[in-house]
Write a protein that binds this ligand. Structure first.
Ligand code: FES
Length: 336
């Protein structure tokens, strides 16, 4: 089934404006290079509901849209709290959040979405968080702890939180207070000193669900180690392709929609999904980070650089993810 509804409406349009006007009620440094923003509705009142694992799409002061996990407990309807790591080598969205969004400033956001929900019916949760990837998992952990404290039947959980050192470990004291339910491991920046997750993933256990969010190498490692688990029991969240130095520098290229022969330019720093969107194309999407599979599309020709976390090696010859895949130059022909 094609993931684009029609190519007939292709025309230059501005992306839909985001509907929620939020004001920065407070900023707090929660680790070196990581700031938590408390966002409240600019006009007062209650905010749209969210769940553990939900994320917020915001328009950063740079104009780029970015997704950040909501870390406060879901019952909290008056505010969204997001934690943003300043990515010095990123595309500028997080830098502008740190540098150009003081307390009292406003920003626009979409209603929360969730592509990383706690599995209903799970008998045990295992969380693996790398660095700032702790944010969606923190919201899950907080909701489980709150439910447990309220006397609700709650599956047990174990959190493995992997960071370089204590200084960059956001919410360290809160997580350390979980006692035996959390392992905080620092590798000092040396991958050889990383925590061995094989004992955690070696034996699949019925009813256990594993959730992983962090840098691409961590998620790739977990995906490899959990290859013998049911795919329904392994959950990934990614808000970006992470360390862009892992890939070739972006180049401009074009996509050709085979059904209409419409040709669309994709600029460096722009995704195919964004380029299609500026032409009014409706494309199925969710994570926009190459981890959920929603925007999987067949391509008919071209030299693709795959940056997703979904496709198996044999699928990459014919499939790509519109949200992260790029051409190494020239043209990609899409089966759209
Ligand atoms: S939108 Fe999730 S993989 Fe593209």
């Amino acid at each position: 089934m094609k993931s684009i509804q029609t190519a007939k409406r292709l025309s230059n349009v501005i992306p839909e404006p985001l509907p929620l006007s939020l004001v920065v009620a407070a900023r707090a440094q929660v680790a070196s290079g990581i700031v938590e923003f408390e966002l409240r509705p600019a006009g007062g009142g209650a905010l749209p509901a969210f769940e553990p694992g939900s994320h917020l799409t915001v328009e950063t002061p740079s104009g780029a849209r970015r997704k950040y996990s909501i870390v406060n407990p879901p019952g909290d309807r008056g505010r969204y709290c997001i934690a943003v790591k300043r990515e010095a080598g990123g595309r500028g969205g997080s830098r502008s959040m740190h540098d150009d969004l003081p307390s009292g400033a406003t920003l626009m956001a979409a209603a929360p979405e969730n592509a990383f929900a706690l599995a209903a019916g799970a008998r045990r949760h295992v969380f693996i968080a790398g660095g700032i990837g702790v944010t969606p998992i923190l919201s899950m952990v907080r909701s489980l702890v709150a439910a447990d404290a309220a006397g609700e039947a709650t599956p047990p959980f174990k959190l493995y939180y992997l960071t370089r050192d204590a200084a960059v470990t956001a919410y360290r004291e809160e997580i350390a207070a979980l006692g035996e339910r959390a392992v905080i491991h620092h590798d000092g920046g040396n991958p050889a000193e990383g925590l061995d997750l094989w004992p955690v993933l070696e034996k699949p256990v019925a009813g256990t669900h594993v959730y992983c969010c962090g840098p691409r190498p961590l998620m790739d490692a977990v995906r490899d180690m959990a290859g013998h688990w049911s795919s329904a029991a392994i959950h990934f969240e990614s808000f970006g392709v992470g360390d862009l130095s892992l890939f070739e520098p972006d180049q401009a290229f074009e996509v050709l929609l085979s059904s209409s022969q419409v040709r669309i330019a994709v600029a460096p720093g722009q995704t195919i999904l964004e380029a299609l969107g500026t032409h009014g194309a409706q494309v199925r999407r969710s994570c926009e980070a190459g981890s959920c599979g929603s925007c999987r599309t067949t391509y008919l020709a071209g030299d693709v650089e795959h940056r997703d976390l979904v496709l198996a090696e044999d699928e990459k010859a014919t499939q790509l993810m519109l949200c992260v895949s790029r051409a190494r130059g020239g043209e990609l022909v899409l089966d759209l």
